[in-house]
Design a protein around this ligand. Structure first.
Ligand SMILES: [Zn+2]
Length: 465
């Protein structure tokens, strides 16, 4: 199949942009990239899809997602809570802890549908709890056509600590079961969906509640099976205080001391990491998922993105939690990544749309462990790409397609999505999911979850009449 007449942002080593370009897809791979006229003559029998002048770019990779929280979009903005721990323990955990497996699958479907419709072709899920039912969510990933690394929760919090913190019982499980279930899920699902699915350890944060020997055990198991690990790290100043209380210089060094750093690890946030931490992350090949919109919404300090990139850290992007960020629209968050880094540095020269697009594609692919087969449009790589319809007032004129894609385009401008060679969306219609059914399912569930959880204060504080 030949996708013709596009402006192709290849992200190849020369970063070539091909006007009136085309991609030839054979099976799950890209067979050729070049000018439309040349490829049509080389592949005269290929079925042609004319993309009508759209921008064509690699699919976006979101390296930090909480699928179960998509159904909680907006719950942080009724009666607002003052800090992270009250937000988590008094609101989010009771809600998620009251989910049935069907609720979790409904939330996952909603999140995956939103990602597909806004150009995300692959993602890292951070924390799938036992009560969500791993198999149901893995099945949604397989049938939707998306590429995913599913982080199944691994935790080591004692029942006494759990109760002291007021940790909702529905969000807690034992160390033994959390590890065993991850290994079992890995046995069942790794490589499913024609290789699109990976199963990772999604460790709970390195916090005072956690027995840190968990990380030694998990990192050893992950290395033996070549599994990925993802964990929230160095999010807030309290994380560094905790690490220092144990004799480590920083939270990042604590992670290194327990085996967590390495090329198969993605650390979410790293907002309080400093220059020494950045050097350690770079030297170990550890990836960082930068979540600019979520961080800004939660009023966390802006991460030192440009410092991390300069130090050689593989920094990718993530949308994080829908209750905080509201959307899983990585096109929108690319713009916020650029704006927030410039604001922090006080200069437009701090970062450009080219670097941000690299973070959302090439760096995301490396974070997934797929740097050799994903992230750019080159012959031999997996056929994961999107097209953006620029025939709209907010996108014209197109002086520079990279700037248009990063600064002006929104998720709703994505027209076509191809993953692993399969056309998953065409003309904004997702071909692998029943959009109306997904929305109807969520609509029938979200208030019932809040009622079961006994959580209030989720709606507008203004009078609803
Ligand atoms: Zn998160």
């Amino acid at each position: 199949m030949i996708f013709s007449h596009g402006t192709v942002i290849t992200m190849n080593p020369l970063r070539e942009i091909i006007e009136d370009g085309a991609l030839v897809v054979s099976g799950d791979r890209i067979a050729a990239v070049g000018k439309t006229a040349e490829l049509r003559s080389r592949y005269p029998d290929a079925e042609e899809v004319d993309v009508g002048g759209h921008i064509v770019m690699p699919g976006l990779i979101d390296t930090h997602v909480h699928l179960a929280q998509t159904m909680l979009r907006g719950v942080s903005e009724g009666k607002r809570l003052p800090d992270f721990s009250s937000w988590l323990f008094a609101r989010i955990f009771p809600l998620q802890g009251s989910y049935s497996e069907a609720d979790a699958a409904a939330s996952a479907r909603l999140g995956i549908l939103e990602m597909l419709k806004s150009g995300t072709t692959g993602f890292v899920e951070c924390l799938l709890a036992e009560r969500y039912g791993f198999d149901g969510i893995a099945e949604v990933c397989v049938t939707s056509g998306i590429r995913a690394a599913l982080g199944k929760v691994a935790m080591a919090v004692s029942p006494e600590t759990r109760d002291e913190l007021g940790w909702h019982h529905g969000m807690w499980q034992t160390r033994e079961s959390s590890i065993q279930q991850t290994l079992d899920a890995h046995d069942r699902w790794e490589g499913a969906g024609d290789g699109r699915l990976q199963v990772w350890f999604g460790c709970r944060s390195a916090e005072p509640a956690c027995d840190l020997t968990l990380y030694d055990e998990v990192s050893e198991l992950a290395r033996a099976r070549d599994m990925g690990i993802t964990v929230h790290l160095a999010e807030l100043p309290a994380d560094n205080d905790f690490a220092r209380s144990l004799g480590f210089r920083s939270h990042v060094e604590l992670a290194g001391g327990h085996g967590l750093l390495g090329p198969r690890t993605v650390l979410a946030h790293c907002t309080v990491a400093d220059g020494d931490d950045h050097r350690l992350l770079a030297s170990t090949g550890t990836s960082v998922s930068h979540n600019p919109a979520n961080n800004a919404s939660a009023a966390w300090g802006p991460a030192a993105v440009t410092d991390m990139l300069e130090a050689g850290v593989n920094v990718a992007l993530g949308c994080d939690a829908a209750p905080s960020n509201a959307n899983l629209d990585l096109l929108r968050d690319m713009r916020i990544a650029c704006h927030s880094a410039r604001q922090r540095a006080g200069t437009r020269l701090a970062i450009g749309p080219e670097t941000v697009l690299e973070m959302a594609t090439l760096n995301g692919a490396r974070a997934l462990g797929l740097g050799d087969s994903l992230g750019s449009l080159e012959p031999g790589k997996k056929a994961d790409f999107i097209t953006i319809d620029t025939d709209a007032p907010h996108l014209q004129p197109v002086w520079n397609p990279v700037a248009t894609g990063v600064f002006a385009a929104q998720g709703q401008d994505v027209d076509t999505v191809v993953i692993n060679g399969q056309t998953v969306m065409r003309n904004r219609v997702v071909l692998t999911m029943d959009e109306a059914a997904v929305l109807e399912d969520v609509g029938g569930r979200y208030r019932a979850v809040a009622a079961r959880a006994g959580v209030s204060g989720l709606e507008s504080e203004w009078p609803t009449v």
